[in-house]
Ligand binder design. Structure first.
Ligand SMILES: *[C@@H]1O[C@H](CO)[C@@H](O)[C@H](O)[C@H]1NC(C)=O
Ligand SMILES: *[C@@H]1O[C@H](CO)[C@@H](O)[C@H](O)[C@H]1NC(C)=O
Ligand SMILES: *[C@@H]1O[C@H](CO)[C@@H](O)[C@H](O)[C@H]1NC(C)=O
Ligand SMILES: *[C@@H]1O[C@H](CO)[C@@H](O)[C@H](O)[C@H]1NC(C)=O
Ligand SMILES: *[C@@H]1O[C@H](CO)[C@@H](O)[C@H](O)[C@H]1NC(C)=O
Ligand SMILES: *[C@@H]1O[C@H](CO)[C@@H](O)[C@H](O)[C@H]1NC(C)=O
Length: 414
């Protein structure tokens, strides 16, 4: 099964290269045409194939990109962790593994290394300089929020941001880096499409989620165009029990108890919702850059979160050594199939949509989750205490910090 996933992964990435080559081909052709139109009168057409403009069409940058896929790599040893629980004050308690008493620290000593090139580490000053007068929004679920806090830790080494907004639940928040007039928003929208949910005070669904697959969640669309950079990412919430709607009519449900409804699979819902989101993006005339981050897999072993699953590994794995959990595989398949189609359409329409594939980087880090250290000193009173493990979110500092090296590369070098 693992092999198969890899194959899909590769075939997908090869196709990306294919689009890139087609695009390149078209630009060389257009450049050639332009050259013809401009110089036709005065020059011999055989000059078209002569060096200078052909070389310009293939810039160093694109050659580099073609050769090196920064999403394919390995975790290699790094001597110094980038920050600690004491040097960053933006770590949320549930991800503060050091403070919560996680005893080992090996997980802090790995950095992401693409196989075919070197990746520069996030340079917070350079990043902030580039972001002067700009705004970023990270839209999605709690992993998206986890990512925002990682970025806050990375950037706060240069300047402490000021929180300028939060909603009543602190799920959506905005920070300002005053010297740079740069705003960074975390926006809660775990389906991107509209969901009527009934939550009790512990955040546990008390009733089925009613998910409208063809209606966008206005909470993010109403501010989408006002951001220069947007990172969208969802996934896990689609694996929950839900009733699905389209055109205000019930289509069916996943894992529901109502026997009258058509039984549907959650990957059906994820696919429909992604299409709704991408149709919107392609038509929105947003002038900025939109990233779609692929879902971040979990590493529960020996059960699920509710049935005693744990993540006890203490080192990264190599590709092929950890099998993707089944729900994650279903989500991944949808992402690969849909993103392939969407990227082709986006490049036709000139929409700046980028795909931020954290799949492999994340899959190889079963050691980077809080596990029982989601809670403060979970074994202080009873060293055999039964604690629900978190093998989904990421410790801070932790592997997710290295997503930002990749992000920096994509922002700086296009
Ligand atoms: C950081 O973690 C250490 C344990 O590793 C703990 O003693 C200390 O109180 C923590 N500091 C903060 C600011 O959370
Ligand atoms: C940022 O915006 C201010 C006010 O509009 C302007 O004076 C300044 O030049 C801008 N800085 C950059 C780097 O764009
Ligand atoms: C901050 O940036 C915004 C654009 O994002 C600009 O409209 C505004 O004038 C800037 N403010 C200052 C104080 O530079
Ligand atoms: C929008 O956000 C608010 C506050 O965070 C929340 O109460 C509301 O349910 C959200 N709306 C949708 C459509 O998700
Ligand atoms: C499916 O429903 C049952 C009870 O109705 C619930 O206990 C279980 O957690 C649900 N499974 C998922 C994946 O939501
Ligand atoms: C949506 O439902 C309305 C009636 O509520 C119907 O008239 C319309 O044709 C439906 N549209 C689609 C696309 O199914």
């Amino acid at each position: 099964m693992v092999k198969k996933v890899e194959q899909w992964h590769w075939s997908f990435l090869n196709k990306i290269n294919y689009y890139f080559l087609v695009k390149l081909g078209v630009s060389v052709l257009l450049a050639g045409l332009a050259f013809l139109l401009i110089f036709n009168k005065s020059s011999d057409s055989s000059a078209i194939l002569s060096a200078p403009f052909v070389e310009n069409a293939i810039s160093d940058d694109s050659v580099r990109k073609e050769k090196c896929n920064i999403f394919i790599g390995d975790w290699v040893y790094e001597a110094e962790p980038r920050y600690t629980n004491s040097s960053c004050s933006f770590i949320e308690d549930h991800q503060n593994c050091m403070k919560n008493g996680r005893p080992d620290s090996g997980y802090l000593h790995w950095r992401w290394k693409p196989r075919d090139c070197e990746l520069h580490r996030l340079d917070p000053r350079r990043f902030l300089d580039l972001m002067t007068n700009k705004s970023w929004a990270f839209i999605g679920d709690s992993i998206s929020r986890n990512h925002v806090h990682s970025i806050l830790c990375g950037l706060s080494m240069v300047e402490n941001p000021i929180e300028v907004y939060h909603d009543e639940t602190y799920k959506s928040r905005r920070w300002l880096f005053p010297s740079y007039n740069f705003t960074l928003s975390a926006l809660w929208s775990p389906f991107l499409t509209y969901a009527a949910t009934f939550e009790d005070s512990n955040g546990i669904s008390a009733g089925d989620i009613q998910l409208h697959l063809d209606v966008l969640d206005k909470n993010w669309t109403k501010q989408y165009k006002s951001h220069d950079y947007v990172m969208l990412s969802v996934g896990k919430w689609f694996t929950k029990t839900a009733i699905y709607y389209e055109n205000n009519t019930v289509l069916g449900c996943y894992n529901c108890t109502n026997s009258d409804l058509t039984k549907l699979r959650f990957n059906f819902a994820y696919r429909r919702a992604m299409r709704t989101v991408f149709d919107y993006i392609l038509e929105s005339n947003h002038e900025g850059v939109t990233f779609y981050r692929t879902s971040s897999p979990d590493h529960f072993e020996g059960g699920e979160w509710f049935s005693g699953g744990t993540c006890k590994r203490r080192a990264p794995v190599k590709e092929g050594e950890f099998e993707l959990n089944k729900p994650d595989k279903l989500l991944r398949d949808v992402e690969l199939e849909e993103l392939e189609k969407i990227l082709a359409k986006a490049s036709e329409k000139g929409v700046n949509l980028r795909f931020f594939d954290v799949h492999l980087m994340s899959l190889l880090r079963p050691d980077g989750h809080p596990g029982p250290y989601r809670f403060y000193q979970p074994f202080a009173e009873d060293e055999k205490a039964k604690v629900i493990n978190d093998c989904l979110h990421w410790c801070l500092p932790g592997p997710i910090d290295y997503w930002n090296d990749v992000l920096m590369e994509m922002v700086v070098n296009g």
